[in-house]
Design a protein around this ligand. Structure first.
Ligand code: SAH
Ligand code: SF4
Length: 352
């Protein structure tokens, strides 16, 4: 059965027209499903009872089933959802003092295979639909009704720009139907050039985060297989196009891997690569992944030294706050619940 979350108001108009319903009914349904977040047609109290029954026989509102949540000591929480086909995905609730973010997945697994990422190890099972992406936001907001989730980062499982149609549709739904500001939406990409150009052409003023991770293509291709397909130069050019069209600077993400890409000389080379570009560098100390042998998190001293070299070269540098540790919810640790569902590992988890 078709799920209504995932349909724009215009699409709902089409669906309801088949029942002989006028356009304003679609606007009512959109308000119920996206803004009041009802779960049943019965709750849509301004629709005629007969229409509610018709809709209930033809459509479902949502499809995701929350299966488990794990809350870390820092109050970030990882949710595992079962999809209608039995696959699992994960999303993260990230409360900060001044805002709350939802980190959402765009694919079941990821085909990009970055060496340091738990999701990459899974490979790709399938793309998510726009509805499945938006539902993650809605389910997290349901779970935490007391604080408005104002920001969405597309940084969960998957590569958003390898599922660009659904990602763009989800961005539009979050913007137009859920009514989040486009400026509060961040798409993070490993550097899929056609996808970045598509984002530029759409002209949506979202934030674009580029996962760079190395100052040159030769080191980059050792840890990011996609680097063999799209070179840093092309990626930065596509980001420049995005800036022309949207007025938004990209940010550059850089996972720090001890002894691999975290030497002062790498920082100097990175500053040279980004010279003249205005976006800031967001360093992300590696979060360890069980069974992913070779990488280590750099020492605090090395992280600070890396940041200092960048700053001295004129870059704006931020460090991503480590959130969700203890819940396997930190960047790169999302593996579709494959580890949390193992028996005997439910210590801090509870069913939802
Ligand atoms: N596929 C997209 C978005 C999801 S990954 C991308 O790669 O950008 C989100 C961020 O988490 C990326 O910057 C990614 O490089 C980072 N990440 C992946 N594994 C990590 C790990 N083990 N430790 C720290 N950050 C990691
Ligand atoms: Fe995919 Fe991003 Fe993980 Fe790379 S870092 S494997 S692109 S999810």
């Amino acid at each position: 059965m078709t799920a209504l979350v995932g349909q724009s108001t215009a699409q709902l108009e089409g669906l309801l027209a088949a029942f002989g319903q006028p356009a304003y009914r679609a606007r009512q349904v959109a308000a119920w499903i996206y803004r009041r977040r009802v779960h049943t047609f019965e709750d849509m109290t301004d629709l005629p009872a007969a229409l509610r029954r018709d809709l209930a026989s033809r459509f479902v509102i949502r499809t995701l089933v929350p299966e488990q949540s794990v809350t870390a000591p820092d109050e970030a929480a990882k949710y595992t959802f079962r999809l209608s086909d039995g696959n699992h995905i994960e999303s993260v609730y990230l409360p900060y003092e001044d805002r709350v973010s939802a980190c959402v997945s765009t694919q079941v697994g990821c085909p990009a295979g970055c060496a340091f990422c738990a999701t990459g190890r899974l490979g790709l099972a399938r793309n998510l639909t726009a509805g499945e992406i938006v539902e993650q936001y809605m389910a997290l907001q349901d779970a935490y009704p007391n604080r408005r989730i104002s920001h969405v980062v597309f940084m969960g499982m998957g590569e958003p720009l390898l599922n660009v149609d659904a990602t763009l549709a989800a961005v539009r739904l979050l913007n137009k139907e859920v009514q989040l500001s486009a400026r509060n939406l961040t798409i993070s990409t490993v550097g899929i050039v056609p996808g970045i150009l598509r984002l530029a052409e759409e002209g949506l003023p979202v934030n674009l985060a580029l996962s760079i991770h190395a100052p040159d293509d030769s080191l980059r291709s050792q840890i990011v297989p996609m680097a063999r397909k799209w070179r840093l130069g092309e990626i930065l050019q596509a980001a420049a196009r995005f800036r022309e069209r949207t007025g938004r600077d990209a940010t550059y993400e850089y996972v720090l891997l001890d002894g691999v890409n975290d030497a002062p000389s790498h920082a100097t080379a990175l500053a040279r690569l980004l010279d003249g570009l205005r976006g800031s560098v967001n360093v992300i100390p590696y979060n360890s992944i069980e069974g992913l042998g070779d990488f280590r998190t750099p020492s605090r001293r090395r992280i600070e030294a890396f940041k200092r070299v960048l700053r001295e070269a004129g870059c704006t540098v931020t460090e991503r706050a480590r959130r969700g540790e203890g819940a396997k919810a930190a960047c790169g640790q999302l593996a579709g619940g494959s580890e949390t569902r193992r028996p005997g590992r439910r210590r801090t988890a509870h069913r939802v």
